[in-house]
Design a protein around this ligand. Structure first.
Ligand code: RAM
Length: 331
């Protein structure tokens, strides 16, 4: 090929590349949350945006219903299918109810993963847990038991009654109770639906029904704030310890005022970041989600899928007077 011809071919090739790059559409990844207006999910979305920036070819659609119900999430999923997104990463309000809509999405070539709160295996390609389920179950009881040397009555204030993650943690907690925490007496489990007003009412109800209650364990960032506020307002600081899973930025004031001795959580920013990373690699790099597969989660590391195509990230951190200030600045 003559020099001139080579130059022309190269120029044409570069122009074509330029055109492709200019018109190539970004990968649309929908981060579907249980409900909007929850600080935990807003923090996860920060991580999602960070992953999108790092990956370079991603647009995040942060969405979810106003109320944490499966029916409302099904509508959200159907509208994402109509918008032809490339991937859906969902924290589900119900393990089974979402399956038909998510199957429809997968049939149309959309990558589907669940994170935080899972979907049954037939409704997603993989599920990312923030941490080991049994470890979280034991942690939430230990958080109460550590401050109750004499034992006593405790109650759980959960999110919605169909939330996959809370139900799995509560089941794991109940399993370790008799043997590891024989002096802790779980008197009730109630559901605040990750709604502030409902969680407040449920916390009030617990205090009324169980006057000897020593701790409220709320494995939800929404419920734990509501319960701590009720304990504060009713002058019960020192009598009832509120604990569970809390976002340090929202909860610091209740460690400061003594309504709570300690709480725990994982890093929600890393969780959202990792979910987007996985969804991207399945959708774009055509990574296969199968048992035993090890997949990258960027700066956070790697995860290996178990036989249900689920993986777990790191152990939760404990927050108390010694460190909540520092963490409250991050999430
Ligand atoms: C709430 C939600 C979420 C859960 C956290 C701990 O924000 O229920 O699913 O992971 O609490």
């Amino acid at each position: 090929m003559s020099f001139l011809k080579k130059l022309m071919v190269t120029a044409a090739f570069s122009a074509a590349m330029f055109v492709n790059a200019a018109y190539a559409e970004n990968v649309k990844i929908a981060l579907v949350v249980k409900s909007l207006g929850n600080g935990f999910f807003d923090a996860a979305n920060k991580g999602a945006e960070e992953a999108a920036k790092e990956l370079g070819d991603v647009d995040i659609i942060y969405t979810g219903p106003t109320k944490a119900t499966a029916e409302a999430q099904i509508e959200v999923v159907n509208s994402l299918i109509a918008q032809k997104v490339d991937a859906i990463a969902i924290s589900a309000n119900d393990a089974d109810a979402l399956v038909p809509a998510l199957k429809k999405a997968m049939d149309r070539g959309i990558t589907v993963i669940s994170w935080d709160s899972g979907v049954a295996p037939e409704g997603r390609q993989l599920h990312l847990n923030p941490s080991d389920t049994n470890l979280i179950g034991e942690t939430i009881i230990k958080l109460a038991a550590d401050y109750l040397p004499e034992g006593g009555d405790v109650a759980i204030l959960s999110a919605s009654s169909t939330a996959t993650n809370q139900n799995a943690w509560i089941e794991a907690a109940k399993k370790v109770l008799p043997e590891k925490f024989p002096k802790i007496n779980l008197v009730a489990t109630v559901y605040g639906d990750d709604d502030s007003a409902k969680s407040t009412d449920e916390a009030k109800g617990l205090l009324k029904s169980y006057p000897n209650l020593k701790a409220i364990i709320a494995p939800t960032t929404v419920g734990v704030v509501a319960a701590a506020q009720v304990v504060t307002d009713q002058g019960l600081i020192g009598k009832v310890n509120v604990t569970g899973l809390a976002l340090p930025s929202e909860f610091k004031k209740f460690i400061d005022n003594g309504a709570s001795q300690a709480v725990a959580l994982w890093n929600p920013i890393d969780l959202g970041y990792s979910a987007v990373y996985l969804a991207h690699d399945l959708a774009v790099k055509k990574e296969e989600a199968k048992p035993g597969a090890t997949l990258s989660i960027g700066r956070v590391g790697k995860v290996t899928l178990d036989d249900t195509n689920s993986a777990a990230m790191a152990p939760p951190f404990k927050f108390d007077k010694s460190n909540i200030e520092e963490f409250s600045k991050i999430y």
